[in-house]
Design a protein around this ligand. Sequence first.
Ligand SMILES: NC(=O)c1ccc[n+]([C@@H]2O[C@H](COP(=O)([O-])OP(=O)(O)OC[C@H]3O[C@@H](n4cnc5c(N)ncnc54)[C@H](OP(=O)(O)O)[C@@H]3O)[C@@H](O)[C@H]2O)c1
Length: 267
Amino acid sequence: MPSRKSHDEKSFALITGASRGIGLELAKECAKHGHGVVLVARHQDALEAAAGQIEGKHGVRAIVIRADLRDSAAPSEILAATIEQQIEVHMVINNAGFGLGGEFLETDMEREIEMIHVNVVALTHLTKLFAPAMVKRRSGRIMNVASTAAFQPGPLMSVYYATKAFVLSFSEAIAEELRNTGVTVTTLCPGATATDFAETAQISNTRLFRKLGVADAGNIARYGYKAMMRGDRVAIPGWRDKLMVQSERFAPRRLVTSIVRRVQESR
Ligand SMILES: NC(=O)c1ccc[n+]([C@@H]2O[C@H](COP(=O)([O-])OP(=O)(O)OC[C@H]3O[C@@H](n4cnc5c(N)ncnc54)[C@H](OP(=O)(O)O)[C@@H]3O)[C@@H](O)[C@H]2O)c1
């Protein structure tokens, strides 16, 4: 857990899954606005490269914490590492996550249990560990990255959609609990975005990724950062996804579920 060159920022943003994709863009966005960043993921080399790039470009301190969020000890170890380095974490962005496509009876249970650990358990645990100090300071921002998948069941990617429904429900609930504490909780719900996500989830061939168009990770991060700083509770980037989420509220759930199945099918 090496520390990088020293500046004197007091306010740090901790971002999980910051080695690439949306998380890396969110880290850059925080750094651009003058916050020191704590970058968390598994791949040390990618984290070191990201930290070097961020420090060079934005002149803030970028600290690397290597952690595997499948491991249930990881959240406590991350907190301990920030205390050891005397870092005050004012923002936590729980972004790390992955999916897995396929029929539930055929997908790998082990991988799905790992997914639940990363997408749900680690996110919940990190929120539990970092929120109390924010409440004590009466100031803080938490952003949990869900997905447009959070709003409906997802045949052919059932466990992933369910993890994101958890993230949305949990985050909205604690946003209400933390009302008037100075700490806000934002759920960022991107639609399909151009990162390594689709390849990792083995869904690059689906209609969702091949036909419907994908967003740019930098645009998602800029949108998310602004929403988090405003303290918005739910942030859905893009007019098409906003419209989809709204219209689903009025359609029969069974119809919505069958449409999602078509979108998740390979073409
Ligand atoms: N891309 C999309 O279409 C899309 C749409 C909606 C929501 N999202 C959500 O956005 C978030 C970011 O995804 P992305 O699209 O940026 O995907 P990505 O490019 O695959 O990045 C995933 C990030 O999570 C980290 N990660 C994965 N497993 C981890 C583990 N066990 N422990 C610690 N870190 C781990 C990865 O780093 P290491 O491999 O170095 O650990 C990487 O930094 C996820 O929560 C995803 O569900 C993505």
